[in-house]
Design a protein around this ligand. Structure first.
Ligand SMILES: [Zn+2]
Length: 274
């Protein structure tokens, strides 16, 4: 199922009647706002008891939905915020502002205007600015970046906030994958998965992060391995990473399976040996 082919029936299959009704109410009463569309999928904010972040990602031909509400954290199917967002996409796709459009807008600005815009972004989102400006791509250390977020935030942060702080790191993996740096993408996803699983273990629960978040990272990891032309030579390293991730007792509860990847690497190794 993909976003372009999404139907009402597909949405209904992932939620019960009551959630569908409430999601539709939410959509009709204008609670879905700040809609964005990127190469990877959709984002929106849905105004309920508080503001929830919804993220729909297309991965390997499948739609993965994440919402920061408590309901979505404890249940695999769609919550009303996800339903409302998908309905907005079905009925008013033009409301989703394309992030590709941002690039077009930026290209038309003068240097002075760009500095002004970036300065305002730095003021509003100092952590993200620090992450992008303070450390160059070459010195970027995925492990240190993930550890910094998870260590600094656990006591002071709600789960949605934690997800928001991991986002700039995940977006680096996305960007790396998009420009063909599969190695960096894989390492970033690996650290994100390992870091989240460590937090799960510490708290003895998979409900620290929104449902499907770790799963999305695992899909990204798999995609990065598949995209790596040198994966056969790296098979031993990758299998070791998989073994480390699978050490966590909670890995299956997060919906993370690497069987397919292990088969792929086994085939690659065999081919190399023959
Ligand atoms: Zn929700």
């Amino acid at each position: 199922m993909r976003l372009a082919k999404l139907t009402e029936a597909e949405i209904k299959r992932r939620c019960d009647e009551q959630v569908w009704q409430r999601g539709e109410d939410y959509y009709r009463s204008g609670r879905v706002r700040r809609c964005l569309k990127s190469a990877r999928g959709l984002q929106a904010q849905v105004h309920g008891t508080t503001v929830y972040d919804v993220r729909i990602t297309e991965r390997r031909g499948k739609l993965i939905a994440i919402c920061t509400c408590p309901f979505a954290q404890s249940w695999e199917g769609y919550c009303k915020h996800i339903v409302a967002t998908l309905l907005a996409w079905l009925e008013e796709p033009e409301r989703f502002v394309s992030t590709e459009g941002f690039q077009g807008t930026l290209k038309k600005k003068t240097k002075g205007e760009l500095v002004e815009i970036l300065s305002r972004i730095c003021e509003a989102y100092p952590r993200i600015a620090q992450d992008f400006l303070g450390v160059g791509e070459r010195e970027f250390n995925p492990r240190a970046a993930v550890e910094e977020v998870l260590e600094a935030s656990l006591d002071e942060c709600t789960p949605p906030e934690l997800m928001r702080r991991l986002e700039p790191i995940a977006s680096r993996a996305e960007a790396a994958l998009a420009r063909g740096d599969a190695e960096l993408a894989r390492r970033v996803y690996y650290e994100l998965i390992l870091g989240c699983l460590a937090v799960d273990e510490e708290y003895g629960s998979t409900e620290i992060f929104p449902a499907n978040l770790v799963y999305t990272y695992a899909q990204g990891y798999q995609e990065a391995v598949e995209a790596d032309p040198a994966r056969a030579e790296k098979a031993a390293v990758i299998l070791e990473e998989i073994a480390r991730m699978e050490k966590s007792e909670l890995v299956e509860l997060e919906g993370v399976y690497f069987d397919e990847l292990r088969r792929l690497l086994g085939r690659a190794e065999k081919k190399r040996a023959s």
